[in-house]
Design a protein around this ligand. Sequence first.
Ligand SMILES: Cc1cc2nc3c(=O)[nH]c(=O)nc-3n(C[C@H](O)[C@H](O)[C@H](O)COP(=O)(O)OP(=O)(O)OC[C@H]3O[C@@H](n4cnc5c(N)ncnc54)[C@H](O)[C@@H]3O)c2cc1C
Length: 451
Amino acid sequence: MKKTDVLIIGGSAAGMVAALTGKSAWPDKKFILVKKLKDMMVPCGIPYIFGTLDSSTQNLMPVDNMMENAGIESIVDEVVAVDKEKKTATLANGEQIQWDKLLFATGSIPVKPRWLKGKDLDNVFVIPKDKYYLDDMVAKLKGMKNLVVIGAGFIGVELSDELNKSGFNVTLVEKEPQILSLAFDIEISSRIHKIIEDRGLKVVTGNGVKEIAGDGKVEKVILENGEIIPADAVVLSMGYRPNTDMAKNSGIELDNGSFIVIDEYMRTLTPDIFAAGDCAQKRDFVTRRRTPIMLASTACAEARVAGLNLFNIHVVKTFSGTIGIYSTAIDDVGFGTAGLTEARAIQEGMAVITGIFEGVDRHPAHLPGAHKQMVKLIVAKYSGVIVGGEVIGGPSAGELTNVIGLVIENRMSVNGLLTSQIGTHPCLTASPAGYPLIKAAEIAAAKIRHI
Ligand SMILES: Cc1cc2nc3c(=O)[nH]c(=O)nc-3n(C[C@H](O)[C@H](O)[C@H](O)COP(=O)(O)OP(=O)(O)OC[C@H]3O[C@@H](n4cnc5c(N)ncnc54)[C@H](O)[C@@H]3O)c2cc1C
């Protein structure tokens, strides 16, 4: 039987980062990583294989090379069972591996809602992180005309825009009154809505899917209000669920959402077994409630905490909670979000005030490449602590969103932020006098002073 000090199950964001961080923290230990698929996609790059990239091979992560360079053995196979008493894992090929520490990084899989009639017709697709499925899907879509994407979260929006760019006639359907409703307040989401419509996408909001109909294969989508959309294919972008059936069958404790229960060092309730990434339980950084938000950024941060603390509490650093943080771009417009939206904060019963400022990301604004840049900050009313932020602007919106993420994670207040020193340059940033992030903090601080 093969023996290892650390066995990692899954070779995407969480598995890869846990292996690399773990090996650098514990160089004398033997690490093995088992991954089901040989070719690993950059998960966040998947929408772009439908338009911008020539093929899925341009979206691969060199996981095997990275493992080899770090002295980690990488095996392509599936772990089908874990025996937590004997400390073994069984692979699909029957081989067993004895481990001292084990980490689940088995990720998540797309949801096909059980209630949805027609979900199993031919040409109904989901978006798994699986090159072979996606290559087959790309081939099947060739020659089709009318596509319906259901679900306008960021994956649905990015995918629809890419399919539209490739010449398909795309309708994006969203049950909520606005697209990207979990990520953005209406001031920003309405602008994104307009941008994608101007690019030729049809967007239906406030009207969910009732049924997908057809004789063997998709012919139409019937909406809740009875409206019918002709369709050659349907893409379900209705969320992901943690991939934890094997963990459950192996006696690892799951929560109600079927995530693996973990503590803040990413330890499960079973000694010597850890979990990180989409399969591991999440807690919101601000509200401290359980959250189903699954992001690569969170997965990598959790994986680093797990890797560092595999053999003891090596670095006293715990994972302090999920900050829903990401950014995306439609053409040259970038937008990003971090932490709570205003709507979500209100739903949570938090008293918040906001500061919104719109400026330009160059100074003077006539310089080439200048974009309008709007920042909205969401601030706890009685402490002034920043709990969320949203940005729309040029490509710099992504990094500015990351700055807001750090502000939230370090629990900065608006007063601290508005007196911060921000490096600026005419060709790269907004002006120091009208820097939208600082101005938004200034506006919020003024409102707090007048409470
Ligand atoms: C289309 C798309 C776009 C996205 N865009 C973004 C973005 O822009 N920003 C962002 O932050 N997040 C984004 N995400 C979310 C992000 O991809 C996930 O949060 C991230 O992939 C989670 O990483 P993970 O390693 O936990 O799980 P996964 O990426 O799901 O990987 C789990 C891996 O484990 C393997 N595995 C599972 N079971 C076994 C087993 N028993 N044995 C061996 N191997 C196994 C699987 O095959 C898989 O490769 C996107 C997701 C999708 C689908």
